[in-house]
Write a protein that binds this ligand. Structure first.
Ligand SMILES: [Zn+2]
Length: 124
């Protein structure tokens, strides 16, 4: 059994079978637990006004955006799907960000989940 200590909250957690109980913190290559990932990703969204997230297809037809370990997950309140100039499916989503503003992003293509999202001026 393998244990690791989170760099931020110093809690010790056992790694699961896949070894994915922790992710590497991108900037310092330090282990950070999923709970702390949610906190830092949320803070970075508020500070930066933009983020690279993952688009999730919910079972009920709605969509949500999340961080990599899915510890921060936000349901989109609106979505639209269209075809772009290259005949790829484009999905636009809108959701309420952690700062209370409306956030928007769009995803193109079906082979990946990455979506760049940004804050827009409108407040919910
Ligand atoms: Zn932690």
């Amino acid at each position: 059994m393998s244990w690791e200590r989170c760099t931020l909250c110093l809690s010790t957690k056992v790694l699961n079978k896949q070894g994915t109980a922790y992710m590497e913190y991108m900037k310092g290559r330090l282990p950070v637990c999923y709970d702390c990932c949610a906190i830092t990703d949320r803070r970075d969204m508020i500070l930066d006004g933009k983020a690279t997230m993952y688009l999730n297809w919910n079972g009920d037809g709605t969509k949500s955006v999340s961080n990599w370990p899915c510890s921060l997950k936000i349901r989109c309140f609106s979505q639209s799907t269209s075809r772009n100039n290259w005949n790829c499916e484009r999905t636009d989503v809108w959701f309420t960000g952690p700062d209370g503003h409306v956030w928007w992003g769009f995803h193109v293509g079906g082979s990946h989940q990455l979506i760049n999202v940004r804050r827009i001026k409108e407040i919910v």
